[in-house]
Design a protein around this ligand. Structure first.
Ligand code: SF4
Length: 127
């Protein structure tokens, strides 16, 4: 049986516990040095299915700005991030747009959308 130790920092709260995971044949057998049970949940999520919120900007035509900030509706699996950023950078949006508007829906079948994070008026409206 192959046993290894893996370290990670729990980022669930500002305490930032330095977790140690005991991995046996690819599965977590124990989590050490957590100060609360949320550390165990974090370790399992981060080990088996790491996810991140993604923020970026997308190109927009006829708006008071050339780009509009966007973010994922929830954390997305890390393996999808490069493809997602490429999809965001290919967008050609059109003003006006309201905050919270989905500009990509159900990316790669994940059920996760990309939404705008501000209102953006047209040049005419903004004058
Ligand atoms: S294990 Fe608990 S106390 Fe430690 S950083 Fe995570 S959430 Fe905070």
């Amino acid at each position: 049986m192959a046993v290894e130790l893996k370290e990670m920092v729990c980022i669930t709260c500002p305490l930032g516990c330095r977790l140690e995971l005991e991995i046996e044949n690819g599965d977590i057998k124990a989590v050490y040095h957590h100060s609360c049970k949320r550390g165990i949940e974090y370790a399992r999520q981060e080990y088996y299915d790491p996810r991140r919120m993604v923020t970026a900007t997308a190109s927009i035509e006829h708006g008071v700005m050339k780009r509009i900030p966007v973010r994922t509706s929830e954390p997305i699996p890390i393996k999808h991030i490069n493809a997602l950023l490429n999809a965001i950078y290919r967008l050609q949006l059109e003003a006006p747009l309201q905050i919270g508007t989905p500009v990509i829906r159900n990316f790669a079948g994940t059920g996760i959308d990309v939404i705008t994070t501000r209102n953006l008026e047209t040049i005419e409206e903004g004058c």
